[in-house]
Design a protein around this ligand. Structure first.
Ligand code: FES
Length: 145
């Protein structure tokens, strides 16, 4: 589902932690949460397999990726709020690219490069200042947050 189809997401019981071997990812500020068994997600063709961009694309959640997920822009900039210890470390090419990104924080990553390596809970935030959202007229819910 790479064209951001509007399809209701399966419900997730947020009152309980994810079950064993389950990956739970919440995308803020929209607050969309998805769950799936670790290792079960088909590769959607954007970014690294099991990257946050790959997860977003699988579920039709909008995460900008102007370069198609090849670490050649910064439009997939995210802040990792939870789950940092279970995602891949940034490689040199990502670090170099991030230096060009506005709003850099210690928890900044490129959504196409940060790969989920273990089951567990992950919370990421798509920064509201991302100029591409405004310039490209993306969903109002994302622009206003
Ligand atoms: S989509 Fe371009 S760097 Fe991630």
């Amino acid at each position: 589902m790479s064209e951001h189809e509007s399809k209701p997401l399966p419900p997730v019981d947020l009152s309980q932690p994810p079950a064993e071997n389950i990956v739970r990812v919440t995308f803020k500020p929209e607050g969309k949460t998805v769950e799936f068994p670790f290792g079960s997600l088909p590769y959607d063709g954007h970014g690294e397999p099991m990257s946050f961009l790959d997860v977003a694309e699988n579920y039709g959640i909008f995460l900008d990726h102007a370069c198609g997920g090849v670490c050649a822009c910064t439009t997939c900039h995210i802040h990792v709020l939870e789950g940092t210890k279970n995602i891949s470390e940034a490689e040199e090419k990502e670090l170099d690219r991030m230096e060009l990104s506005p709003g850099l924080q210690l928890n900044s990553r490129l959504g196409c490069q940060a790969v989920i390596e273990k089951p567990g809970t992950y919370v990421v935030e798509i920064p509201s200042w991302n100029k591409n959202y405004v310039q490209e007229g993306k969903p109002a819910a994302v622009v206003k947050s």
